[in-house]
Structures are given as structure tokens and as C-alpha cells.
Design a protein around this ligand. Structure first.
Ligand SMILES: [Zn+2]
Length: 162
């Protein structure tokens, strides 16, 4: 997929945004959508699925534009599930993670392990728990940082700066 295509989509998004008030724009998470388009277009040269998603997204955005141009309510649910499909593909195939993903995973692993080792090693559940928790935070934070460095983090919130 050429960059032209992504640019066309982004232009479409801008047109849609112009027709909507702030509330609808944030409901539709259009800024996030824009980042996802951008991301998908960089993958699409190597990933057919991403290319297909972009094509689908194009026709979907055309529909959306038609709708808002005629003053109809945008279908937020449909739009979100559309974008959600692309995001879950990227998470699965391109190892993208949402912000803080590893942290939450490793805190639960760490806490679980802490319970086990706490009772095994120290014969004290209460001691293992905070150790596991701290380890989970340490590992999770490291992996989150690593994912961020590699540019593998999807921003979930429209106002997120990092
Ligand atoms: Zn892909």
C-alpha cells in the first residue's frame, strides 16, 4: 500500500472531523483512528491483512462521511468495532501493545508467584506477596519501556502525548 492511500484516508478523516462537533469527534476517537491508519500503512507493504484493513476502512470512512455530511448520527459502535478489529490484528501480528500492558500482566504474574514462593521459601505468604508485586512492577515497567522504545505501543487515549 502506498502512502498516498493513507494520505487519502487521513484527508477523509479531516473532512469527517470538520462536520462533527468535539463530542462526536472524541466519541469516534478519530485521532486515534488516524494514528492507526498511519501505523497500518507502514505495515501494509509487508502485511496483506493490514492492506485489506485499510481498504475496508476506506469504504467505511466513506460511508461515515456520507452520513455526517447529511447530518445523520455517526454509528459510533460500528466505527469502534471497525477500529478495534484492526487494533487486535496489530496486537496479534505486529506485537503492538496498549500502554501499560506488560505492567498489568506482570503484576498479576508476580503477585501469583510471590504467593507461591512466599509460602514455599519463607513459609510466609505475606512476605512473598510484596516481593512478587515489586518484581512484577519492575519487569512490567521494563518491558513497557522496551515496547515504547521500539514504537510498539498503541496510544489508547486521544489526548495521550507519549
Ligand atoms: Zn498487519
Amino acid at each position: 500500500m502506498q502512502l498516498n492511500h493513507a494520505e487519502k484516508l487521513e484527508e477523509l478523516l479531516v473532512n469527517i472531523k470538520e462536520k462533527l462537533d468535539e463530542e462526536d469527534t472524541s466519541k469516534l476517537e478519530l485521532e486515534r483512528c488516524q494514528r492507526i491508519i498511519h501505523r497500518a500503512s507502514t505495515y501494509s507493504s509487508n502485511c496483506k491483512a493490514c492492506g485489506d484493513y485499510l481498504l475496508e476502512l476506506e469504504s467505511h470512512l466513506h460511508d461515515l462521511y456520507e452520513k455526517v455530511e447529511h447530518g445523520k448520527e455517526p454509528n459510533v459502535k460500528e466505527h469502534r468495532s471497525f477500529v478495534g478489529n484492526i487494533v487486535s490484528h496489530m496486537q496479534k501480528e505486529h506485537k503492538l501493545v496498549t500502554k501499560g500492558y506488560y505492567m498489568s500482566v506482570f503484576i498479576s504474574i508476580g503477585t501469583g508467584l510471590g504467593l507461591v514462593f512466599g509460602s514455599l521459601l519463607f513459609d510466609q505468604l505475606a512476605l512473598g506477596l510484596p516481593i512478587g508485586f515489586m518484581l512484577g512492577i519492575a519487569i512490567g515497567a521494563g518491558l513497557d519501556e522496551d515496547a515504547k522504545k521500539k514504537g510498539n505501543v498503541i496510544q489508547i487515549f486521544t489526548s495521550a502525548k507519549d
